[in-house]
Write a protein of this length. Structure first.
Length: 153
C-alpha cells in the first residue's frame, strides 16, 4: 500500500514483479536472520558486518569497472554525501546494531525490522528529498507499524 502509487506509474508486468519482490523481501530477510542467529553466535557484530560488506565492495567495484567503463567518476558533494550516508549510518552502523540485537532478542522479533524498512525509506524521502506525503502512504505506514506492534506483542 505504501508504494502503490509508484507501482501504478510503472504499469504493465513490472508492477507484478515489483509487488512480488516487495512481498518476498521480508521472508528472505527473516531466513537470513534465523541462519545468522543459529550459526553466527559468538561472532562479533563488526565481523558479521565488515566481511560481507568488504566482499560486496570488491564484487561491485569489479562490476562497475566492467559495466561503467568509459564513464566519468563524479566526486560532487551530493554523490559523496549519498555514498557516506549509505556506507556509514545506512549500512555499517545499522547492520552492526542488527547483529548486536541478534544476540539479545529472538530472531522472530528481530525479523520484524524488515517490515519497517519501507516506512523508514518513505520518512527519509519526505524529510530529505521533499517527496509528497499521500493518504495511501500514511495508511500503509500505519498498517505496517500496527502489524509490527501486534506481532511483537
Amino acid at each position: 500500500m505504501i508504494f502503490s502509487e509508484d507501482f501504478a506509474r510503472l504499469g504493465g508486468r513490472q508492477v507484478a514483479f515489483a509487488s512480488v519482490v516487495m512481498l518476498l523481501s521480508p521472508i528472505v530477510a527473516a531466513v537470513g536472520s534465523v541462519c545468522a542467529k543459529r550459526w553466527g553466535s559468538g561472532v562479533h557484530p563488526f565481523s558479521m558486518t565488515a566481511v560481507p560488506m568488504a566482499g560486496a565492495a570488491v564484487v561491485m567495484g569489479a562490476l562497475a569497472a566492467v559495466v561503467e567503463r568509459g564513464r566519468p567518476i563524479v566526486f560532487g558533494a551530493r554523490p559523496v554525501a549519498a555514498l557516506l550516508y549509505l556506507a556509514i549510518p545506512g549500512s555499517a552502523v545499522t547492520f552492526s546494531l542488527y547483529y548486536w540485537l541478534m544476540a539479545h532478542i529472538t530472531a522472530t522479533k528481530l525479523s520484524l525490522i524488515a517490515y519497517t524498512i519501507p516506512v523508514v525509506a518513505v520518512v527519509v524521502g519526505v524529510l530529505f528529498m521533499h517527496e509528497p506525503v499521500t493518504a495511501r502512504m500514511l495508511a500503509g505506514g500505519l498498517l505496517v507499524v500496527t502489524g509490527v506492534a501486534v506481532a511483537a506483542r
